[in-house]
Structure formats: structure tokens, C-alpha cells
Design a protein around this ligand. Structure first.
Ligand code: SF4
Length: 396
């Protein structure tokens, strides 16, 4: 349906007062997890050297070829995601950071690096802290060895505890722990055991990945072959309710569908995706959105490398965003926030009558109690968060 427009469409995003984020994708892992659908290959030292050379070149090319974003935008976060960024040497991470700082307007408030247990020791962690990494997202996923084995993780529970202890010893005071919910064979009781142990550690942040079984993964094949049970939606709903309740009781704010934080410790970088900010992604498979266009880089390292060697940005897919696409993206991402989305602000930004649009497209979901209005704020209800994919599908 077409949007109920007000006047003309603004073409620029706020800048100084609403900085963007930089994402760096590191496409290597030690092994392949059974459920993994991310852009990642098995680590080998030669590929790493090629990757570092190419990403440094990509950042330099970006500064020359994407002059508008490189010169006009201001960024305050850098996020190393993967893959397993902790497989990079601290010197590699430092070179990437130096390249970013020397080519873009960046004053990083938050520099996050994703880590997997078993890939770091105290000396490396101290080096990472020294070069400016001030937030870590640690992929614990479960605190039961039997589940880690089925997940195909390359670490054991003891490695997770050791990594957390080493992070604290190295001075990291902003750590997020990742947990998977809804994995086949996981029970409400086993999830609760992992969650209780995680909450006992008092990380500043907890992210929960509600498992989706992706086609092409080993897990998908195991379920197809009847070797593991398929997803159980009722159990996943019970798990989600338990997570939300227990995290809240432990003093964590549930601020996004899958994210919980101690006061003031929300992920500044990830909030950018949910609050309609510009983000630029470097590395194979990385995505960018500059307010006008969405870009997706080549996922394959060789294609990525060839493009930058030829002096081109390694973009595989470029999607010009219409005002309607931008509005709907902002709506979907903003509704992920538990605090909801201010319809008056989004109306102003896109010159759209957002309330009228909501009533026309999801009025029945308001009546059914999946969405609710609180003044100018539109929110998913507790039940709506469980069915958020169904709600969002109305706008895609
Ligand atoms: S660590 Fe993450 S990116 Fe790497 S294989 Fe496992 S799920 Fe995939």
C-alpha cells in the first residue's frame, strides 16, 4: 500500500547529534557450528593475511569513493563481528582501527569485539584492551557441555568461565554474554541452569539468540534425518518468558527483543540499527545503510579481494531505498525496542502519517493485543514480542 505522505521527503539523516556506527566483519572461525548460517569460513593464516590486506584497502577506497558518507558522517562506535574476530591478532585489530580512524570521522565511544571462549588468553586480552577495545561480546551460548557438543561449538564450559575470568582480569568492565535458546534437546530446565549461571557472573549485558534452523546447516540436516527433534514453538515461548522474567528479577533491563542490560550498559552500536542511524560495514558479507541506499558486500573472500584489488568497492548488492522502504525499515527495527517507537517522531522524519499507516496495516493486531499504543508510542506487547516476526511480515 502507498504511504499517507505529508509533504516532501527528507533526504539526509541527522549527523553530529545522531552519529553512525562502523561494523567490521571477520569471516573466520576455528570450526563450523552446527546451526551456523553466517558468513564465515575456517580460519587459515594465509586467508587471514589476504583478508587484512583487503579490508585495509577497502577502508581506504571507501574514503575516496564514498566521499559523502566518509566526509560528512560522524561515527562513535566500531563493532568487530563475525565469524570469530578474536582469532585476529591484536596487531591486526589495531591496524584496522588505525585505518578507520585515519580515513573516517570517528571518535569511538564504544569499540566492541566478538570473542569465542578458547580463542584468547590473558596476554592477548590485555593487548586488546590497550589498543582501545572497551566492550566484548563473548559467545558462551550454553553452560552445559552436552549442549555445546550438539551445537558444534569449539569450546567447553570450562573455557567459557576461564575467558570471562580473564576478561575481568584484563580490565574489561563491559562484557556481554551470548546465550542460545530453543536449541533441539535443550529443555526449560537446562536453559535455566545456563541462564542462572550467566546471571551469577553479573555480565553487563546478555544477548539471547532464539534459534532459527536455517536451511543448508548441519542442524537442519540432522533434524531432517530425524536425529534431532525439530523446533518446539511452545517450549521456545516458555523459554523466552523465563528469560525475560529471570533477567528482569536479576536487575537487567529488557531493552530489545533479545537483549538485556544492566542500567546504562545497552549496546550503543546495536542501538543504531534499532534507532534508524547510518551504519557502514567493512569486510566480506558486511552490510551498510547510508540513509539513501543499502549495500551488501561480496560474501566470498576471493570475490571481495578481487574487487578491492581492481580499485572498486566490494559491493555485490546495492538497493536504492525508496521513502516507503526507509519508513518501513525504521518501523520494524524501532519496534524491536521494548520501549517502543515514537510515531510522532517517525512521522516527522518521513513526512508520513504513521498512525494512519499503523491503523490501516496492523489495526487488527492492535485489537488482538499484539501491539498497543501508549500516548504517541507504539509498542509490541509481551505476546507481540513472541510473535514479532509475524507482526513485521505485514510490512515486508
Ligand atoms: S562461531 Fe558463530 S560464526 Fe563461527 S561457526 Fe559458530 S555460529 Fe558461525
Amino acid at each position: 500500500m502507498s504511504l499517507p505522505h505529508r509533504q516532501s521527503i527528507p533526504t539526509r539523516f541527522p549527523q553530529e547529534d545522531n552519529p553512525g556506527g562502523i561494523y567490521v566483519h571477520v569471516p573466520f572461525c576455528r570450526t563450523r557450528c552446527s546451526y551456523c548460517g553466517f558468513t564465515s569460513g575456517i580460519y587459515d593464516p594465509d586467508a587471514k593475511v589476504r583478508y587484512i590486506r583487503s579490508i585495509l584497502r577497502e577502508i581506504e577506497l571507501y574514503a575516496h569513493l564514498a566521499k559523502r558518507t566518509a566526509r560528512e558522517f560522524f561515527f562513535n562506535t566500531v563493532y568487530f563481528g563475525g565469524g570469530t574476530p578474536s582469532l585476529l591478532d591484536p596487531e591486526d585489530v589495531s591496524r584496522i582501527l588505525v585505518q578507520i580512524r585515519s580515513h573516517l570521522n570517528v571518535v569511538p565511544e564504544e569499540i566492541t569485539l566478538e570473542m569465542n571462549p578458547g580463542t584468547v588468553d590473558r596476554a592477548r586480552l590485555s593487548s586488546l584492551r590497550r589498543i582501545g577495545i572497551n566492550r566484548v561480546s563473548l559467545g558462551i551460548q550454553s553452560l552445559l557441555d552436552s549442549e555445546l557438543l550438539l551445537m558444534g561449538r569449539s569450546h567447553a564450559v570450562a573455557d567459557a568461565y576461564a575467558a570471562f575470568r580473564d576478561l575481568r582480569a584484563a580490565g574489561f568492565d563491559n562484557v556481554s554474554l551470548d546465550l542460545i535458546a530453543g536449541f533441539p534437546s535443550q529443555t526449560l530446565e537446562s536453559l535455566k541452569r545456563s541462564l542462572d549461571s550467566i546471571l551469577d557472573l553479573r555480565p553487563e549485558h546478555v544477548s539471547v539468540y532464539l534459534l532459527e534452523v536455517k536451511p543448508g546447516t548441519r542442524l537442519h540436516r540432522l533434524i531432517d534425518a530425524g536425529e534431532l527433534p525439530g523446533p518446539d514453538e511452545d517450549l521456545a515461548a516458555d523459554m523466552y518468558e523465563t528469560l525475560c522474567r529471570d533477567a528482569k528479577e536479576a536487575g537487567y533491563e529488557h531493552y530489545e527483543i533479545s537483549n538485556f542490560a544492566l542500567p546504562g550498559k545497552q549496546s550503543i552500536h546495536n542501538l543504531k540499527y534499532w534507532t534508524d542511524c547510518v551504519y557502514i560495514g567493512f569486510g566480506p558479507g558486511a552490510h551498510s545503510m547510508d540513509g539513501r541506499t543499502r549495500y551488501a558486500n561480496f560474501r566470498d573472500l576471493t570475490d571481495f579481494e578481487k574487487a578491492v584489488e581492481a580499485g572498486d568497492l566490494p559491493i555485490e548488492i546495492k538497493t536504492k531505498l525508496t521513502p516507503e522502504m526507509r519508513f518501513k525499515d525504521a518501523l520494524i527495527m524501532g519496534l524491536r525496542l521494548v520501549g517502543g517507537l515514537n510515531l510522532e517522531l517517525i512521522s516527522e522524519r518521513y513526512n508520513v502519517d504513521a498512525l494512519q499507516f499503523i491503523k490501516k496495516t496492523v489495526g487488527d493486531l492492535l485489537d488482538q493485543g499484539l501491539l498497543r499504543m501508549q500516548g504517541e508510542i507504539l509498542l509490541l506487547t509481551d505476546r507481540g514480542r513472541l510473535l514479532s516476526n509475524m507482526v513485521f511480515s505485514r510490512w515486508v
